[in-house]
Write a protein that binds this ligand. Structure first.
Ligand SMILES: NC(=O)c1ccc[n+]([C@@H]2O[C@H](COP(=O)([O-])OP(=O)(O)OC[C@H]3O[C@@H](n4cnc5c(N)ncnc54)[C@H](OP(=O)(O)O)[C@@H]3O)[C@@H](O)[C@H]2O)c1
Length: 335
């Protein structure tokens, strides 16, 4: 084993969308685990939209990454050495490893994985994004058979599971996705009733044509022009779980600020609008795994993964994901 590990550090804070110069690939001596810690060789790294927020120093729900700090993130890997009795060399585990080839992680922050499923599922469909979809739809979407749900970023790990769970609950499901191929995947692979390419059409008219009874649940992944198009189509007593606003993660996106109109719609239509961050809901994760693991293993739930190769390519994959370059859960496989 090399005496050096590799990591991706935050080189500077981005202005708008990140660029490659905001990241730096660094080498460091291999760390050694202390008491209660586990040394992991990372095989797969998760790239998630929330990481864009961690690159800023503006206050948020979680701490920023320091300049020269390792980019935050969840990984999957094998235990090389353990100083905690719950883990042994060779165990397949997941935890917050950061964007790095190796990591020392406190044992209580690690979870052993079931070898029978691809380990990458712990980062996507059975990981944080899947749990977000499952929790948010149940608690804040409150779906009822016969209703209509719309969701953008519909082929990503959150949107694709929201769509499948809503469909299984008897809703009409409408996907909004970027490009013809993602729209095809939305209907053929994830079972959406209709899919609309947000890059190709007059969005409000196209969505309106697919929601003859209006929208009862708008799962908010994006904000921006999708929100603008959907808001007038919401039904009275509709629900909007606000999961993410990726259209604005790089700053303003050119959509008009319509706050007074949006605020008035919430009142007049008596909408339930719930912002939620999945980190507040981890207590429910075992129940999610118990319900969803057999469904994923049986092929009852579909998922897509987009795997970039090599830690050095993580920044490019991350930048691309923020503007739709990924098709499915963005993962990096480490050499
Ligand atoms: N609240 C929470 O705790 C929580 C947890 C997990 C995720 N999230 C949020 O959930 C959302 C989806 O996450 P994910 O991991 O499933 O991401 P993802 O779908 O894998 O990737 C992001 C996707 O967003 C779409 N997108 C980017 N810019 C857009 C724009 N201007 N308008 C419309 N779509 C745009 C792109 O898809 P298209 O090419 O199809 O447009 C892109 O592929 C994100 O906003 C994320 O921050 C929140």
């Amino acid at each position: 084993m090399s005496s050096q590990m590799r990591r991706i550090a935050l080189a500077r804070r981005p202005s708008g969308l990140p660029v490659p110069e905001d990241f730096a690939l660094k080498e460091a001596p291999m760390p050694a685990p202390g008491a209660g810690e586990v040394f992991v060789e990372v095989t797969h790294l998760s790239l998630d939209p929330y990481m864009r927020g961690r690159m800023d120093d503006a206050g948020s729900y979680a701490a920023s990454v320091d300049i020269d700090g390792t980019m935050v993130g969840q990984g999957v890997g094998r235990v090389i050495a353990s100083r905690d009795e719950a883990f042994a060399e060779g165990d397949l585990v997941t935890g917050m490893t950061g964007w790095a080839s190796h990591a020392v992680v406190p044992a209580q922050g690690l979870r052993k994985l079931d070898d029978r499923l691809p380990p990458t599922t712990a980062l996507g469909v059975l990981g944080m994004p899947g749990f977000t979809a499952w929790t948010g739809l149940r608690d804040f979407g409150r779906p009822k058979a016969g209703e209509t749900l719309a969701v953008a970023a519909a082929t990503g790990p959150v949107g694709s599971l929201v769509g499948q769970l809503a469909k299984a609950a008897g809703l009409r499901t409408v996907a909004i996705a970027g490009g013809a191929e993602k729209c095809r995947l939305a209907t053929e692979r994830f079972g959406f009733d209709a899919a609309i390419d947000h890059r190709a059409c007059a969005l409000r008219e196209a969505i309106a044509a697919e929601v003859p009874d209006g929208i009862d649940i708008y799962w908010e992944n994006t904000g921006g022009k999708v929100l603008e198009a959907v808001m007038p189509l919401m039904n009275t007593h509709g629900r909007i779980p606000i999961c993410g606003t990726i259209a604005w993660y790089g700053g303003a996106d050119g959509t008009e600020d319509r706050l007074p109109k949006v605020w008035r719609s919430i009142l007049v239509k008596r909408l339930s609008v719930n912002g939620f961050i999945i980190f507040d809901h981890w207590d429910g994760y075992p129940a999610f795994l118990e319900e969803m693991t057999p469904r994923v293993a049986a092929g009852d739930i579909s998922f897509l993964e987009d795997v970039a190769q090599g830690l050095e390519n993580a920044p490019a994959a991350f930048i691309s994901m923020l503007t739709g370059g990924n098709t499915g859960k963005q993962i990096v496989q480490l050499a």
